[in-house]
Ligand binder design. Structure first.
Ligand SMILES: Cc1cc2nc3c(=O)[nH]c(=O)nc-3n(C[C@H](O)[C@H](O)[C@H](O)COP(=O)(O)OP(=O)(O)OC[C@H]3O[C@@H](n4cnc5c(N)ncnc54)[C@H](O)[C@@H]3O)c2cc1C
Length: 446
């Protein structure tokens, strides 16, 4: 046994799972991707995380950190390296009732958070799925059901407890290690492991939630009308346009506008939502008042062998019409990817581009295309997908790292505009000069 492993066995109180152990097969894979790590370490407390980080540094093998394990690129596992799986660090405490301050373990999921906060009438705008991790989603953005009113998940973060590459623990906030705080709000897991997040939650009432569907034949008019309307719609309204779902007819699938209106006032909700209903021939409408926690869905877990290839980009105001035209045309043609177009803006755009390491604040839309299937089907669909992206390229910019199935240098350049990348690289040099935290959209130390 190597001396690093010997030290780990002495210092570490959590699970050490290795090939041959009964738990290994499940522990080695993430929700979407398989892996063959040499060890999966499940810390039970802060001290364990420090010991695990020191082990990975001493052993000199690749490190992956796993929060909720939902990365499309499979960043929460690796081959022959060590995985630090934070899932046992899932404590959720309200630390200040008046300020609505909530402390959340680095391995909690958003479903756990929504359930824990609901009895207190509190919520944090996060994402749309229960099993997605607080860690990955927050560190790279967090575009959720209340994004236009409360901003990204990372905009609600007020402080974090971070284990650095040398195993030391620091607190990051606007007043303590502010550069580190800047970097964790958008820089993914590049600069350390967040063992606890402190968020300012907001008071929540029930929300209007559901979908309004239109026939695929009306795609162009409905999508253009939707994009025009959400530009000036009340910020209580957050919407996602989903279409070309292969499980609902592919090119003939209905155009679905999924929405949340943040509030329980029927008149205000109708005033905000009715213009969506007027966009075309409504063929389904299940919008109803529900508790916010209920709006988060169980994530779809594809069976082993089924791959998801997801790619994303942002759209600024002047390009919205052209991008919607292309997406509507592609979405209603054969061999189409799944389309999900999210309206952003609102509170996100009121934060300066350089205030956090998430820089794509002025975009009106963020959209993702996904192809799904066994590897031969993915390969067959890839040329068509590349052709779509070649058409879109002149009209879109950047990429949302939380919706990327790859983590190439090209992806990293799309995620981080140059000034953001350079600032992150300087912070990386200070906090992680040997690039221990490499399992992410990786920024190399300057
Ligand atoms: C079904 C589904 C629905 C989704 N819905 C939304 C949505 O509504 N809105 C949205 O914005 N995104 C959404 N996403 C994307 C999601 O935000 C990303 O997949 C995100 O990376 C998942 O975080 P995770 O912790 O579950 O993933 P992981 O795979 O565990 O981690 C992702 C990355 O974050 C790092 N990381 C995770 N936790 C920590 C931590 N505590 N400290 C340091 N590094 C950490 C990992 O090392 C890795 O690089 C969705 C994804 C899926 C699969």
């Amino acid at each position: 046994m190597s001396s690093a492993l010997e030290t780990l066995r002495h210092d570490f109180g959590g699970d050490i799972i290795e090939p041959g152990d009964a738990a290994y097969e499940a522990a080695s894979r993430t929700v979407l991707v398989g892996g063959t790590p040499a060890q999966v370490l499940r810390p039970t407390n802060l001290h364990d995380v420090q010991a695990a980080v020191r082990f990975a540094a001493a052993a000199g093998i690749p490190l992956a950190v796993r929060g909720g394990g939902h990365s499309f690129a499979g960043l929460g596992t690796n081959d022959d390296g060590v995985v630090i799986d934070l899932s046992l660090l899932a404590d959720i405490q309200i630390v200040d009732k008046e300020q609505h301050l909530v402390r959340i373990g680095g391995g909690a999921t958003w479903g756990q958070v929504a359930t824990a906060l609901a009895p207190h009438g509190l919520a944090i705008s996060s994402g749309d799925t229960k099993s997605v991790g607080v860690g990955g989603l927050t560190l790279s953005g967090g575009i959720g059901w209340k994004v236009r009113k409360y901003g990204l998940a990372l905009d609600q973060l007020v402080a974090a407890e971070v284990v650095l590459a040398d195993g030391n623990v620091v607190r990051a906030s606007a007043d303590e290690n502010p550069e580190l705080f800047w970097a964790i709000r958008g820089g993914g897991g590049n600069v350390g492991i967040v063992t606890a997040f402190e968020f300012a939650a907001h008071q929540t009432r029930d929300v209007y939630f559901g979908k309004i569907a239109f026939p695929a034949t009306e795609a162009s008019a409905v999508l253009q009308g939707w994009a025009d309307y959400v530009r000036t719609a009340p910020e209580e309204l957050t919407t996602i346009a989903n279409f070309a779902n292969p499980f609902a007819g592919g090119p003939n699938a209905p155009i679905e506008i999924h929405l949340t209106f943040d509030g329980d006032d029927a008149e205000l909700a109708a005033a905000a939502i009715d213009p969506i209903r007027a966009l075309g021939t409504v063929i389904a409408d299940d919008v109803a008042l529900q508790p916010y926690a209920v709006t988060l869905v169980d994530g779809m877990i594809p069976p082993p062998g089924i791959q998801l290839v997801t790619r994303s980009a942002f759209v600024d105001k002047e390009s919205v019409a052209e991008v919607i035209r292309i997406l509507a045309e592609v979405g209603t043609s054969e061999g189409t990817p799944i389309m999900a177009v999210r309206s952003v803006g609102g509170a996100v755009a009121r934060v300066a581009d350089d205030a956090t390491a998430y820089a794509h604040r002025q975009a009106e839309l963020m959209f993702a295309t996904t192809i799904i299937g066994p590897p031969p089907a993915i390969e067959a669909a890839r040329p068509g997908l590349d052709a779509v992206w070649a058409r879109l390229a002149p009209h879109v910019n950047g990429a949302y790292s939380n919706f990327l199935a790859t983590a190439t240098d090209e992806d990293v350049a799309a995620v981080y505009p140059m000034p953001t990348y350079e600032r992150l690289a300087a912070i990386k040099r200070q906090y992680d000069p040997s690039n221990l935290f490499v399992g992410n959209h990786n920024v190399r130390p300057a």
